[in-house]
Design a binder for this molecule. Structure first.
Ligand SMILES: Nc1nc2c(ncn2[C@@H]2O[C@H](COP(=O)(O)OP(=O)(O)O)[C@@H](O)[C@H]2O)c(=O)[nH]1
Ligand SMILES: Nc1ncnc2c1ncn2[C@@H]1O[C@H](COP(=O)(O)OP(=O)(O)O)[C@@H](O)[C@H]1O
Length: 205
C-alpha cells in the first residue's frame, strides 16, 4: 500500500476462460497486493460458493434496491441474472491507496471505463473457442442450455475486446498470471499516475 490513490484493475473475458482461476493464483502470491471487489449477483449459488466471498448472493428485489440507492459502480444483466459492483468498497479502498481488482463482464467494464478512465482494462481470452467450451463443460457448473447461452455470449464479448487496453491469452495459468502482473507493474509507472507526487516535490501546483 502507498500513500497515493490506488489503481483500478478491471479483468473481463468470456465465461469459463479462467478469470477466477487467474485471479486466485495472483492473490496467492503475497507480492501482489490488491483488494478483490466481491460482486453482487442474483444468480443461484454454485456448490462450494460462499456468500460474501464469491459473491454477495441477493434477490432481484434487494439488487434493485441497491441500484435505486445509487450503491452500484456498475451493473449488467448477464444470461438472465443481474451482476454488479458495490461502489463503496471500491471507493474506500482506492482512496486508502489499495489497488482494487474487478472481475466483470464487458458491459459493466464499459460503464466503469466512462467513470474511471484511469483504470487498467485487461481482456482475458481463450486460445480458441473449442478450449473455451471444454473449460466451461469441464467445470460442470452449468447445464447444456446455459452452456450454449454462455458460448454465444462469449462470441459477442470477444468482439468487444478492442475496448480494452490489453489482451492476455490464457493458454497456461502461470503464464497468464505473469503477463497480468507485468501489465500491472508497468501501469503503476504511467506518467499520469506518477506525476502528481513529483508536482508536490518540485512545488508545482
Ligand atoms: N458487470 C458485471 N459483471 C460481473 C460482475 N461480477 C461478475 N460478473 C461477470 O458475470 C459473468 C458471469 O459470472 P458467473 O455466473 O459467476 O460465471 P463465471 O464467470 O463463468 O464463473 C462473468 O463474465 C463475470 O465476470 C459484476 O459485478 N458486474
Ligand atoms: N489456462 C487454463 N487451461 C486449462 N483450464 C483452465 C485454464 N484456466 C482455467 N481453467 C479451467 O477452466 C474452468 C473455468 O475457469 P474459471 O476460473 O471458473 O473461469 P471464469 O472465472 O472465467 O468463468 C475451470 O475448471 C478452470 O480450472
Amino acid at each position: 500500500m502507498s500513500s497515493e490513490k490506488g489503481m483500478l484493475i478491471v479483468l473481463s473475458g468470456p465465461s469459463g476462460v479462467g478469470k477466477g482461476t487467474v485471479r486466485k493464483a495472483m492473490l496467492k502470491d503475497a507480492t501482489n497486493k490488491f483488494k478483490y471487489s466481491v460482486s453482487m449477483t442474483t444468480r443461484p449459488m454454485r456448490p462450494g460458493e460462499q456468500d460474501g466471498v464469491d459473491y454477495f448472493f441477493r434477490t432481484k428485489a434487494q439488487f434493485e434496491e441497491q441500484i435505486r440507492q445509487g450503491g452500484m459502480l456498475e451493473y449488467a444483466q448477464y444470461v438472465d441474472h443481474y451482476y454488479g459492483t458495490p461502489l463503496k468498497y471500491v471507493q474506500d479502498n482506492l482512496n486508502n491507496g489499495w489497488d482494487v481488482f474487478l472481475e466483470i463482464e464487458v458491459n459493466g467494464a464499459l460503464q466503469v471505463r466512462k467513470k474511471m478512465p484511469d483504470g487498467v482494462f485487461i481482456f482475458l481470452t481463450p486460445p480458441d473457442l473449442a478450449s473455451l467450451r471444454h473449460r466451461i463443460t469441464g467445470r460442470g457448473s452449468e447445464d447444456q442450455s446455459t452452456i450454449e447461452k454462455r458460448m454465444e455470449q462469449a462470441r459477442q464479448e470477444i468482439k468487444m475486446m478492442s475496448n480494452y487496453d490489453y489482451a492476455v491469452v490464457n493458454d497456461q495459468v502461470p503464464q497468464a498470471v505473469k503477463r497480468i502482473e507485468k501489465i500491472v507493474q508497468s501501469e503503476h509507472l504511467r506518467v499520469s499516475r506518477v506525476i502528481d507526487s513529483y508536482r508536490k516535490m518540485i512545488g508545482d501546483k
